[in-house]
Ligand binder design. Sequence first.
Ligand code: AMP
Ligand code: ZN
Length: 116
Amino acid sequence: MKDDCIFCKIAAGEIPAAKVYEDDEVLAFEDANPMMPVHTLIIPKEHYDNIADNIPDATMARLMQAVGKVADVKGVRESGFRVVINTNDDACQTVHHVHAHVLGGGAMNDGDPSPR
Ligand code: AMP
Ligand code: ZN
């Protein structure tokens, strides 16, 4: 747990979040400021700054496996969704605890890498 990390606090249950999926390694919860009708974040419970922060293979696998679980819970497996992992300043990462955005529930711009 990293001091003053809001997502570590969510993982520890110290800050409330609307849980979508959880296992021993990862937690998925609703984004507090949704950009799409479906906007869920997936985090590893352990702190890593970003997707390039030497995440162990097993944790990385869980993070990506959780995408399909979230898609099922949110009902977007068939309709489609986008997975976005903002990394550092050029990509406007604001919370420096790695998280995957799962976005869907409506059509998104073709070819626009940023739905925000
Ligand atoms: P990013 O810009 O990729 O770092 O995304 C951070 C995301 O975290 C934003 O979409 C925020 O709306 C979301 N967020 C920040 N604080 C919370 C919170 N306490 N609970 C849920 N989502 C949050
Ligand atoms: Zn953290």
